[in-house]
Design a binder for this molecule. Structure first.
Ligand SMILES: [Zn+2]
Length: 458
């Protein structure tokens, strides 16, 4: 039986293919879970099995957005420690975070996923590194929340084993043992990782950061990931304090430390990478190590401005990240297209730092590359998975903007008329089709209050 087809036509299209091909008015044909055709003008009239024909007049079609760094659980600890830099912010929040349980994490995952999905994210990721004893099956509940919402997903199974007694930043009661973290990570891979090209769920190995993880956990986690054929993720070079920590404890900067523990390579991506010198950037480029650029979080925590134009010029793969919503309360990725462009223009490259098309590429194809999935997602091309977004740009916020891509990147957040993941609609006319937004708003508020009560009781 031939696959059923969805036809979208009469819209502007930014394919984000290798040539940045765009159409002022074009069509996309989806067959099953794949893109069958993309081109100028109306779609062919004689297609079989068309179940839906969408008039995209007044819209821009782009690849779905790919988020490369997040911490879902933070959805229920937003608005706290508002005026702190990273280390003080972490120390303020660890005691609350250490009290999370499965019910809270499920609600927080739903909130995080819903917020991103309604803003055009089709591939999400969650770096979850807080695993209190007796908290329940946190990995399982996060994976289930993403599957129920129909969002393509990578769970980066995080861990911490360097508590304050071992010179680390998190309190001892918030960390796992080395062996416990490795065993639980391996079990999560065995239970949930799907290596197939169409996979809706992937797992990565993700010890949290140099200041919360032992050298031995970093080394053994790299070995585990490579034995299992999964990707590696962590935080790197986020702040000057982290640089100082690494120099004092290990006698080298973060990038050299990562290299010494097996943590540079084309199967690795790191969040932030704000404080990188020329040789750090060259090491990332030489090894193909990817970067999740999180401009709002870096601004919120006063971390600094990552050298994205220099990374791109050197050939480093770069995607965008929301980061956890305790350091980026908005929880949206489409606004990060604009923020990446604006914040990088405040750096040394000024107006030549990033243009609108480069910003869109970071949020789509760049993210797909960082997650190791650029062969199948990240651009609108025949044969790729049908993850795409139809943005409305003929409303009050966008209709007078000369260029559709500038409307999306520089204008106010564009409403999502349709978002497809794997060929299935997850957003229609700005609302989630796969979950009840109002119910999620209530549940997340209730769980945030429950966590605050438990944390206050100590
Ligand atoms: Zn983070």
């Amino acid at each position: 039986m031939a696959a059923s087809r969805i036809v979208i036509e009469n819209c502007a299209i930014a394919t984000v293919d290798a040539d940045d091909t765009e159409y002022a008015s074009g069509h996309v044909v989806v067959a099953g879970n794949r893109i069958e055709a993309v081109g100028a003008g109306a779609a062919p009239r004689d297609l079989d099995g068309v179940v839906r024909r969408i008039d995209g007049t007044g819209h821009l079609a782009t690849p779905g957005l790919v988020n490369t760094h997040h911490h879902f659980y933070q959805w229920i600890t937003r608005g706290l420690a508002q005026d702190h830099s990273l280390f003080d912010w972490l120390v303020a929040l660890y005691p609350t975070w250490a009290r999370i349980d499965e019910e809270m994490v499920h609600a927080a995952a739903q909130g995080s996923l819903a917020m991103m999905a309604r803003g055009g994210v089709t591939t999400a990721m969650d770096h979850h590194y807080v695993h209190p004893r007796g908290a329940g099956d946190l990995s399982g509940t996060i994976v289930a929340a993403a599957a129920a919402m129909g969002i393509r997903f990578t769970l980066a199974r995080g861990s911490m084993d360097r508590g304050t007694s071992a010179g680390g930043l998190p309190p001892d009661f918030a960390v796992e043992t080395l062996d416990g973290a490795l065993a639980a990570t391996e079990e999560t891979i065995d239970r949930h990782h799907d290596a197939s090209p169409d996979a809706m769920t992937r797992i990565a190995v993700a010890p949290c950061s140099p200041f919360s993880v032992s050298t031995e956990l970093l080394r053994q986690a790299a070995g585990l990931a490579r034995r299992k054929g999964v990707r590696l993720h962590t935080h790197g070079s986020e702040t000057v304090e982290e640089e100082k920590f690494c120099r004092e404890l290990f006698g080298m900067g973060p990038t050299e430390y990562f290299e010494s523990t097996g943590w540079l390579g084309e199967d690795v991506w790191m969040a932030h990478c704000v404080h990188m010198n020329d040789s750090d950037i060259a090491a990332f480029a030489r090894t193909g190590t990817g970067v999740a650029h999180c401009p709002s979080s870096n601004a919120r925590l006063a971390a600094g401005i990552a050298r994205v134009p220099d990374m791109l010029a050197a050939g480093v793969p770069v995607g965008l990240g929301v980061d956890g919503t305790a350091s980026n309360e908005s929880g949206e990725l489409h606004t990060e297209l604009r923020n990446a462009l604006l914040i990088n223009r405040l750096g040394g490259h000024r107006e030549k730092a990033l243009n609108a098309r480069q910003a869109l590429r970071l949020g789509t194809h760049g993210g797909a590359r960082v997650l190791g999935r650029a062969d199948h997602i990240g651009s609108l091309e025949p044969g790729k998975l049908a993850d795409l977004v139809l943005w409305r740009i003929d409303g009050i916020g966008h209709a007078s903007i000369a260029d559709p891509v500038a409307a999306l990147v520089l204008g106010p957040p564009a409403p999502v008329t349709l978002s497809l993941v794997d060929g299935r609609p997850v957003v229609e006319d700005g609302r989630l089709t796969t979950a009840d937004e109002d119910a999620i708003a209530r549940t997340t508020r209730d769980q945030a209050r429950r966590l605050a009560r438990i944390a206050a009781a100590g």
